[in-house]
Design a protein around this ligand. Structure first.
Ligand SMILES: C[S@@+](CC[C@H](N)C(=O)[O-])C[C@H]1O[C@@H](n2cnc3c(N)ncnc32)[C@H](O)[C@@H]1O
Length: 275
């Protein structure tokens, strides 16, 4: 086992540790997606044959992981990453028959209502899911009783101003906090946000123990391996020690209430409105 293998092999994430380090590092798009999805699935048991949407799957590491580990069928939907490459990755990983890659924008999902048993989203939901209208829309694609589970970077306590240590440049010049980080929310924020939706029930929200440390460790692995795409944030995460930055997990179950498709361009015509 190389140094990098052992750094990626953590007792908290035993399934993830079995995956090839180069494969994980070459396809990463942020904090180790396998660790995050393994944590999510501890609370969201998948059963063989289920239909799962992996929303914002990136390079589909998590889609391949779910298909391999749980025997589910995964629709691997992403905006920025071409399905051509995700298909090659799925085939190479031996799950070409159960991972179905597609390009999709989160507000224009090409699926029938009630189609999925489970929707998951790893390090992606913050890009679109903080909008109060979004959950009602997304929940319509779940069958009643189906589960939605997300993991996003989050705030461990509320802030009004950004803490100084997160805007102070690191020794590599990179500043951790960018405007996009305002999409990081506290567990209480997510609980309130989701509890307001009639489309879901049984909302549970928690944080990953030592999430900052896992994120920092992964940044350090990227530094050591020379496979970073962006300058490392390890120093800022180390300064923070989890006082503000970590990961939030939110899980909910769909109710019988069907969400309206507010983003369907035909909404006006269906409502009989002559716009
Ligand atoms: C930080 S990457 C994480 C990718 C992957 N889940 C992972 O953890 O490796 C965020 C992903 O969200 C996707 N995304 C962002 N906005 C989106 C949108 N409006 N619709 C669909 N996907 C979106 C991007 O295409 C990108 O791949």
């Amino acid at each position: 086992m190389t140094d990098i293998d052992s750094l990626l092999n953590k007792p908290e994430f035993p399934l993830s540790g079995r995956y090839d380090s180069d494969w994980v590092l070459d396809n990463q798009m942020g904090p180790n997606a396998l660790w995050l999805v393994e944590w999510l699935l501890n609370a969201l048991p998948l059963k063989s044959g289920m239909r799962v949407l992996d929303l914002g799957c990136g390079r589909s590491l998590t889609s391949i992981f779910m298909a391999r580990e749980f025997g589910v069928q995964v629709w691997a939907a992403d905006l920025w990453i071409t399905p051509d490459h995700n298909w090659k990755r799925a085939e190479a990983a031996g799950v070409g028959n159960s991972v179905f890659p597609l390009r999709a924008e989160a507000h224009a999902l090409p699926f029938p209502a009630n189609f999925f048993d489970v929707v998951v989203s790893i390090d992606a939901y913050q890009y679109f899911g903080t909008d109060v209208l979004y959950l009602g829309y997304l929940s319509r694609f779940l069958r009643p009783e189906g589960y939605l589970g997300i993991v996003t970077p989050g705030l461990m306590q509320p802030i009004t101003d950004v803490p100084e240590h997160l805007v102070r440049p690191q020794s590599n010049g990179k500043v951790f906090w960018e405007d996009e980080c305002w999409s990081f929310k506290t567990p209480d924020w997510w609980l309130e946000h989701w509890s307001r939706s009639a489309g879901v029930t049984d909302v549970r929200v928690d944080t990953l123990r030592d999430g900052w440390r896992h994120w920092r460790d992964f940044e350090q692995v990227l530094e050591v391996s020379g496979k970073s795409v962006f300058p490392s944030d390890a120093e800022a995460l180390d300064r923070d020690q989890g006082r503000y930055i970590g990961f939030v997990r939110a899980i909910a179950r769909r109710t019988g209430t069907a969400g309206v498709n507010l983003y369907d361009p035909a909404t006006g015509a269906q409502a009989g409105v002559d716009w």
